[in-house]
Write a protein that binds this ligand. Structure first.
Ligand code: ATP
Length: 328
């Protein structure tokens, strides 16, 4: 089976800006794929290239084995859910959801049937006659999703679709989206700058920086084995240890990452450090430490005593928990 999405050496430049730079990427059919990275790193441009709203400056793009050269957006088997939902305020919900079908000349009865089915998928049955202004933000988000699913695309592109929702709703929608993706077996390509969201939802994650992919892998790979300092810094609250310090531990002059949960407080051995801050997280407490000026975060599980600021503690970690990596 061909890849759902295949980028071969794709670049998209805007004048001097290399929004996407010589990118190779393969997304498998049925995969939930997240594009993660800071603002301006090229994620949206990547989605727009897949959707056909943007053309590559150079390189080759295929969707399910078909070249996309010269194929306009409406002829691609792809739909997009935008962050701002882009619903038409003067149309009711059913008309909004059925809009793409109307454009394609599908008859009214069939359109309404398909819209009703899509609204059921997103758990909004019976909302067809309302207007967007009569729905909550979370409901509007579901309508945008129903509209993108109505003509059963093979690839669904989601550009920060949960960005406008409050935390609780966001977490609920994250789970629902995952269930929906599994049920429908559609390839999802999800753009976010929220690392927690990417790690919890995706089968694989690509970490973007400056138009390039720094690493692509499973959430576990990306979190536990960041290949570079950039990925370690961006994904999660890893401690990044500089080469001079790592050299004293391993003899190798390399950067290393150390996950906060790998640091333990001990009675003897290890290193002497000062506690400098505590943040209560409910299930645990994040402890800020200074080890000869090197700032580290540790996690103290619930029920264990939390050192006070200024207190001297001994800390240690398993040598295997140190993950060596490149500088950039
Ligand atoms: P965000 O998370 O803020 O949406 P992003 O990772 O999606 O960021 P892009 O929107 O893909 O990043 O932008 C990548 C780079 O390309 C940025 O430097 C941006 O300013 C530039 N860029 C994107 N579209 C255009 C355009 N139409 N004209 C000029 N520059 C553009």
């Amino acid at each position: 089976m061909p890849s759902a999405v295949l980028f071969s050496k794709i670049s998209r430049h805007f004048g001097a800006v290399r929004a996407i730079d010589d990118l190779d990427l393969e997304i498998a059919p049925g995969e939930f794929f997240a594009m993660l990275g800071p603002s301006g790193s090229g994620k949206t441009t990547c989605l727009r290239l897949i959707a056909g709203f943007e053309q590559p400056t150079s390189g080759h793009l295929e969707i399910f084995g078909e070249t996309m050269e010269g194929v306009p957006p409406y002829r691609r088997n792809v739909n997009t859910v935008f962050q701002d939902y882009a619903l038409f305020p003067h149309m009711n919900i059913a008309e909004n959801v059925a809009y793409g079908l109307m454009i394609r000349g599908v008859g009214k009865a069939e359109r309404l049937r398909a819209a009703g089915e899509a609204l059921e998928m997103v758990q909004l049955p019976g909302y067809g006659a309302r207007r967007p202004g009569q729905l909550s933000g979370g409901q509007r988000q579901r309508v945008a999703l129903a509209r993108a699913l109505v003509n059963k695309p093979k690839v669904l592109l989601l550009d920060e679709p949960l960005g406008a929702l409050d935390l609780k709703l966001r977490e609920q929608m994250q789970e629902e989206l995952k269930v929906l993706q599994r049920t429908l077996d559609i390839t999802f390509v999800f753009v976010t700058h929220d690392q927690g969201e990417a790690l919890s939802m995706a089968d694989r994650v690509a970490v973007f920086s400056d138009g390039k992919i720094m690493q692509v892998g499973t959430p576990q790979d990306i979190y536990q084995k960041p290949r570079s300092r950039f990925v370690a810094d961006f994904v999660g609250s890893s401690n990044v240890l500089p080469p001079d310090f790592v050299e004293t531990l391993t003899g190798l002059s390399l950067w290393a990452s150390l996950r906060p949960e790998a640091i333990t407080i001990t009675d003897q051995g290890g290193y002497e450090a000062q506690a400098i801050s505590q943040s209560y997280l409910g299930g645990s407490t994040r402890l800020g430490l200074s080890l000869n000026g090197l700032r580290l975060n540790a996690v103290v599980p619930a029920g264990k005593p939390v050192p006070e600021s200024g207190e001297t503690v001994r800390i240690d970690w398993d040598r295997n928990a140190l993950h060596l990596m490149e500088a950039s």
